[in-house]
Write a protein that binds this ligand. Sequence first.
Ligand code: ZN
Length: 479
Amino acid sequence: MKMKLFILSLVVTLLMTACTGGAKENEADRESHIQTYLKESKFPDIEIETEVGEYDDYKYAIHFPRTKQPEINQQIKSFITKHKTDFLNKIKNLQPEKGNFSELLLDYNITHLSDNLLSIVFSSSVHLAGENSTNYVHALNFDRKQGKQIKLEHLLADDSSLQKIAEISQDKVMQDAKVMKVTDETRLNNGTVPKLKNYNTYSFSNNSMDIHFEEKQIGPKSLGNYKVSIPLNDLKNIIKTSYIESLELSIDNETKILSNTTSIDQDHNKQTTLDPGGKYVALTFDDGPHKELTPYILSVLKKHKARATFYVLGNRVEYYPDIVKRAFDEGHEIGSHSWSHPKLTSLSQSELLKQMNETSNMIAKITGKAPATTRPPYGAFDNTVQKAINGPIVNWSVDTLDWKHKNKELVKKIAIENTTNGSIILMHDIQQATAQALDDIIKELSAQGYQFVTVSELLELEDNPKKHAGQVFMNRKSS
Ligand code: ZN
């Protein structure tokens, strides 16, 4: 709550600064954009929070929802904190070789949201340097009226309920040839006997209750996490009537993004041809969009008629499609930074393609244009990643370390002192320090004769006018 107030007051201060700069229309503009966003967002009552940390021997990306109910937020936060602490404890004594690092990726899905209930399914992958990843699944279910978690034992109608859920689940698992081919009887029995610990990772979707079995619970590791869906109709007399009624009453929260088809903006395909003799710099913003900071950054860019590139995360775009649309409409480039910020080099081919394709499709649905350039999370890529990504891979030549210092003056200093012609500057639009520093950075670099262009425009200055597929750029000169 304190944090939220802080961010709000910061944004108000920032907006006031923008207004005194003669950009009063921006506020109305921003208002109308927020109004549209509220209509289009997947879950209007819920925000997505992202924390990214990049240290030499470990890195993490953690995503979690923030609701309008502080008591629910607190329980989500304590789950997140515990998960992160467990990871840090596991890696404490590891000494990874140079270039290798441990990684935690924690993402979530809201599988059910209604007036009474909220179900969140977290999936995490923990990669300890030098070992394979382990995948975990966790679910938090809340009674929204009371702000309390609903444990499996609260749901059960009577003493035989757990037995019945186990029987239905066992039947479903045994009908699945994919499981039966790889598992053995002992493992299957141990993993599905009617004990609370076997079934307490459950969630609701809009018409079923899902039981999540952990990796190795009912089969070998290769099976991964496994989900059994039990239709609501089969749950009568097994779970308490009040919950069945809540689920039946729930409003279907279909995403509205899909219905909001955008016509392809032809003008956008025309790139400005730059004078090869000019001085150019590409400002890039990763890990967004952010509900308050990205619109503020857009207003600063607009004031200076500067163009930039936003390397967005698909899972955040899903929450703030309107902000992405605004950035695109105002002439900025929307690039892909993957769906949920994993280290791409530790993913399987299918996971890698899923991360990239889902993000591209989401961006294309909103802007009418698939991203032309990609920035891999943590800047990590290899041959496989290069082959899987369409178009150039774009890293950076100036790293402002805004996420680490969280200091406006330092962001400014690093950006200004290190920029040369053709630099690609790395910043994050989820960082307040960056939003605060941007106006000064643009003013100073403009005074030095720089023009602010998108990454694609910068790359067009290269000798090869084609798409640069698979090439890696850190600044104007390809490396
Ligand atoms: Zn990032």
